[in-house]
Design a protein around this ligand. Structure first.
Ligand SMILES: [Zn+2]
Length: 80
């Protein structure tokens, strides 16, 4: 039993740690525009904003939003 409690403690703390480093959808939305801009400019957004990249990989909704944004921005003259 003692061992089980310890394992649970470790699991709980690792979940907590992950959450601290994860972006929520709201935070991701705030960064998505910059992320898309860097992508279009050929900079490496995944290096500058790894948390956004991570969130986009996990979250289908934000990924769709990002794709739509990227498409819309591609049509802007600035990025052509
Ligand atoms: Zn999201």
């Amino acid at each position: 039993m003692k061992l089980n409690k310890q394992i649970i403690k470790i699991l709980v703390s690792s979940v907590k740690a992950t959450h601290e480093h994860e972006l929520g959808c709201g935070e991701c939305f705030d960064e998505i525009h910059e992320f898309a801009e860097m992508e279009l400019l050929g900079k490496s957004p995944e290096k500058a904003k790894p948390l956004v990249k991570e969130h986009l990989e996990k979250c289908g909704e934000c990924r769709e939003e990002y794709k739509a944004l990227l498409k819309a921005m591609e049509n802007l003259e600035v990025y052509q």
